[in-house]
Design a protein around this ligand. Sequence first.
Ligand code: NA7
Length: 548
Amino acid sequence: MTTMQKDAQTGEARRKTDFDAVVVGAGFAGLYALKTLRDDLGMDVRVIESGSDLGGAWYWNKYPGVRTDSESQYYCYSFDKDLYDAWHWQERYPSGEEVCGYLGHVAERFDLRQYIDFDRYVTSAVWSESDGRWTITTDTGDTYRAPYFISAMGVLSAPYRPDIKGLDDFAGQLLMTALWPQEGVDLAGKRVGIIGTGSTGIQLVPEAAEVVSHLHVFQRTANYVVEGQNRPLTDQDRQWIKDHYAETWEKVHGHPFAMAFDSPNRLAVDASAEERKKVFDEGWEKGGFRFLFETFDDLMIDEAANETAAEYIRHKIRSIVKDPEVAETLIPRDYPLGGKRLPSGHGYFEAFNRDNVTLVDVKRAPIEEVTETGVRTADGEYELDVLVLATGFDAFSGALSRIDVRGADGIDIKRKWANGPRTMFGLTVNGFPNMFAVGGPQTPFANNPPGSEKQVEWIAAVIQYMRDNGFARVEPAAEAEDDWVRHTNEVAEMTLASRGGHVGSWISGANIPGKEQVIQVYFGGANNFNAKLAESLSANLASFKFTS
Ligand code: NA7
């Protein structure tokens, strides 16, 4: 297929602009939306992607050490067992490169690439009530029109560049992990500084430490980090993965965070100190999120239980990091474990035992400015050749609100969400007809690929329902949206994961200066969320307003 078509009058080739649906983003969600709407509903779909290739977040985040924190056997699609069997994962947690390779394989297998326009950044999406269509415009000046606009722009895709005085004056190389150059970066032998110790900085530090002449890690908030225990997969592992397809996905779909974990069925508060230590030791060896979700059931809901796990990690830090002063600076204190999204480490704390790595506590002595030659804190200047910003994202709502999205009556999504996101299921917004946002704000906080599958399938079912009933326009009822916002806030209260606002967690929008601090995600569980999507279909989408 081509985007060019012949003009009916002049016979000249011109760009095709009208489609049944326009999808923005060619990551997990966008590719599956394209495939589902094309194959199941026979729609003429066009995907617009700002990168030059597939991958979404994985395309842009090319920094050394980038990898998933979910295990490969469920950080992938589940919709096709043959696809599942055909791909052979190399590592327990696939690298960004491996994830991009997987998505390339999917695109090849299902012939998706020809429906994707790369290298176009969407600048606006505007609904026209008179012709029932969205007009989507890109920075290349191209326009696309379609009755359905599907945002698949990712949950963490709008990079956050902090407003640090003098940043533009830095004469060395300034890099952002979230916009890492596709090639040509060489940190070897350089004096490198990294600002940010979230999941991203934590992955980059040990990799950079191996090659740089010196690494300065500028830490504002210390993080709980659980060792991921990554390893290459053997042929035996791969066979096990393929043999356990059904069991894996049953677990994923039954789990609140969409991971193939078993519920431990025990509480930390009921266990003796010795039992707890034994279980946490086993959890640490299992690695990553298994430490949080397969040790005790009460870690995210009971402060006392949470503190036992937090204290275990503090002991680990003290036992790994040789310099006691450095260890104390690396120890998180003022917030619960999981209050900021729990990062998996791959030799993170060990890196601080190296002579060429220095931890700089910028909470105690804040960054004052970036100079031509480095970073100046209240304690003095650190000279650098390369400065890396690992400073995170304007999460969830940021993907849509950074572009000009206008719904019925010209209402602007930024205005609509000025006091925090308002959605129905995170997927639809009152006043924004026929717009769907996979991974929109107030969708579950969970492993993404399976969530994207369920959300895309629901969107396809809604469109099918509209076709079956002769409807052309859908939006959620205002009262249904109010209920969803209320419900999202209520369930957030029940988990300690929403208690990271005071330490700048993106979960509550607190990492972005000026952003309203409102919970960005649905904490009711991906399993319960998917059940609610299914119920809404059984109830003939009663919370939605349809018109012909
Ligand atoms: P995060 O987790 O939001 O971390 C950003 C880090 O950047 C965090 O340590 C911040 O410190 C730090 N930061 C941001 N601005 C500044 C300034 N001005 N000065 C010093 N330090 C600063 O982003 P990531 O990219 O690591 O991870 C995002 C998600 O991507 C992750 O959860 C995974 O789901 C994948 P702070 O903590 O605010 O003090």
